[in-house]
Structures are given as C-alpha cells and as structure tokens.
Design a protein around this ligand. Structure first.
Ligand code: WQD
Length: 344
C-alpha cells in the first residue's frame, strides 16, 4: 500500500515537479489546488511523465470545510507538502490583505486538521526572502531573519513562526521548513515547467519569452549594484533538484530520521550568478540571443544572496546536482514546447 501525500498547490510550478518525484519514489499523491495561478492541464503533463495520474481536487486551502472533505475522501494521508500560496512579491505590496488571508489562513487550516487526521508531518515551502539582504554571504540557516520587504515575504516569516509555535506547544506532528533560493528550469521531458499567468515577474520566464520573441527585450533591473558587473546576484537552483529535496524532507519525517520536530534547510547550489552572467550563460547554452536593456533598479530587490548549502547536503542528505547550462537549456526547451503546443 503506497503512502499518501497531500500536495497543496500541486498544479503549480514547484508542486507539479515535486508530484512527479514523489510518484517516482513510490508515493500516492493527492493534489489540491484552487487553480488561481495554474492550469489543470499540468496534471496531464505529470501523467505523461510518470504514467500515473495523481488524484486532484480543485480546493482552496482557505476553505476549511472543503479541506476537511478532502481528508475524509482520502483517509490515511501521512504527510503534507504545502506549496499553495500567493507568491507575487510586487502584487503583495498592492494587495496585502489578500496575501495575509490566503497565505496564513491556508496554513492554519492545515495545521488544525492534521492532528484530527493523524498526519505525521508537513513540509513547508519557504523562501530565502526571510533573510532579507544578509550581512554575511553565503547565507546559512543560522543567519538572522530580517524584517520582510514585502507582505509576501512577511507571510513566509509569519507562517514559519506559526509552525514553530504550534510544534513548541506540543502539536503531534513534525515539520521541515525548506527555504528556497531561486528555482528555475523545467522537467527534462519538457512536459511540465514554469507557466506564469500574464507578464512574468521572474527573470527566467521573461528571459525565455524574450528569446522566443514573445517579449521585445528583457529589462535588466539595474547595473549599479555593488557587485562585480553591477547587476544583482542570486542562487539559481534547478527545479527538479528542488523537487527531490521535498521527497527527501517528507521521508525524513515519515521515516523518523529528523533529529528534532522542526528543522530548517536552505536549498541552493551555493553559487551566486549575476543577471548579466545568467544572460550570457543562457546564450552560450542555447546559442540563442537575448535582447536586453539596462533600466533602473526594481523596488524591493536585494543586491546579492546565495546559499551555504552544507547543512542540507550533510544533514538532510540532499545536494543540487544539475548544471546551470543544463538548467537553462531545460527552460528553453520548455519555452519551445509551449510554442509547439501553441500555448504561448
Ligand atoms: C531575480 C533577479 C531581478 C526580472 C522572487 C521571490 C522569491 C521567489 C523567486 C517565489 C533580480 C532580476 C528579474 C526581470 C530582471 N518567489 N530581474 N528583469 O526577486 O530574486 O525572487 O522570486 O517563490 O521568494 O522573492 O526573483 O526572478 O524576480 O529576480 O533584471 O524582468 O533578476 O532584479 O535581481 P527574486 P526574480
């Protein structure tokens, strides 16, 4: 009998890739997603890759009654991987209450239902934004949490605190909090990938849409930072590597490997790349030019951040392995597939 894992937001970018890796690892996946920022066709893509169609319910995690019905319909859910959240930094500045309601009530509902249904643990999708602009780089899990620069980032910090306080109060479940750096790329099959609605906010989807001609040129937000080439530095991590970390994390809980009821891990490659270096790497990997222009800084951007991944490597037992060249090629192949299927 396969162990059941509930993946909230499983039709989304990281959720769909994690579903594939969970299925590859022998788990039965139940996806819930409100489809507010994703398309149910992604489930077809998951099935084309793994040969297994995950159960899917269009449910909003802020609807506790609907959530309860899922636990009743799928008894025996052992673990939860919680991705479902609003995640556009810029939008959160303009719609803070929507972000606080959606991102916080969703988590509260799950945590309140877990003891009733004997769910053993929850893997929480957090972000390196909790560190703000670190004083020391690379940044490890002991780095201070800094005041959030956006309501989106603040919901990640608040949710981490809610999980911490619930577990310290004796909640009968464990949690692993995964702080992502910058997830990019797509599954090597090009059957699933990043599919942002509207104009992409993140760098890679905008870059590949520019490369294929959907966008006229890429705006590089600033080249006057205190970095070698003046553009911002980030730690770009392959989305399949990231997905595999979630399988390792949920297995850590279900197989009682975790040393504590609550653990935090930075998920990055340990290498920083500037925006301009990334553009060069993309062009060299794909032989496709990316027209770009330097414009002013984007409000809220931090200058530079990259992970110290040693704790995740040594304790979680996970390491990012995919090269940036292969990752960028996967992003490009995904963009080509979208064109081929006339989706974009
Ligand atoms: C990366 C770099 C931009 C677009 C955010 C969230 C993080 C996670 C990932 C959700 C920056 C530059 C970007 C463009 C550019 N979100 N850029 N032109 O802001 O590091 O992280 O998204 O899980 O939590 O904080 O990612 O891809 O938006 O930007 O020059 O058109 O690319 O200035 O330096 P970011 P990003």
């Amino acid at each position: 009998m396969k162990k059941k894992i509930l993946v909230t937001g499983g039709v989304g970018y990281i959720g769909s890739h994690t579903t594939v890796e969970l299925q590859n690892a022998g788990y039965e996946v139940i996806i819930i997603d409100n489809l507010s920022n994703s398309n149910a066709e992604v489930i077809d893509g998951i099935e084309r890759i793994s040969g297994l169609r995950p159960a899917f319910k269009q449910v909003d995690c802020i609807d506790k009654e609907a959530l309860t019905n899922v636990f009743n319909e799928y008894p025996g859910i052992k673990g939860i991987i919680h991705f479902a959240a609003s995640k556009a930094v810029g939008e959160s500045v303009h719609k803070p209450l929507l972000y606080y309601r959606n991102n916080i009530v969703s988590l509260l509902n799950l945590l309140e239902l877990m003891p009733e249904y004997k769910v053993e643990g929850i893997v929480f999708s957090s972000s390196c934004t909790v560190y703000g602009q670190p004083e020391i780089l690379p940044v490890n899990e002991k780095a201070p949490i800094q005041p959030a620069l956006s309501p989106y980032g603040n919901t990640k910090q608040i949710n981490e605190e809610i999980i911490r306080d619930a577990i310290y109060a004796g909640a009968p479940y464990k949690s692993v909090v995964l702080r992502y750096f910058n997830p990019i790329g797509a599954h090597p099959s090009a059957e699933i990938g990043e599919l942002p609605n509207g104009i992409p906010q993140n760098l890679i989807p905008f870059l590949t849409q520019t490369a294929i001609g959907i966008r006229k040129e890429l705006s590089v937000y600033g080249d006057d930072y205190n970095t070698p080439d003046g553009s911002c530095i980030r730690d770009y991590i392959n989305v399949v590597d990231l997905a595999k970390a979630h399988v390792t994390a949920i297995e850590r809980i279900l197989n009682n490997k975790s040393e504590a009821p609550l653990e935090y891990f930075n998920l990055g490659t340990g290498k920083g790349l500037s925006v301009l270096e990334l553009i060069t790497a993309f062009e060299q990997s794909t032989q496709v030019k990316v027209p770009y222009k330097i414009v002013g800084r984007r409000e809220g951007d931090i200058e530079q951040i990259w992970a110290d991944p040693r704790y995740a490597n040594e304790v979680l037992g996970w390491t990012a392995t995919e090269s940036i060249e292969e990752t960028l090629k996967s992003a490009w192949n995904w963009q080509l597939k979208l064109r081929e299927r006339e989706i974009m």
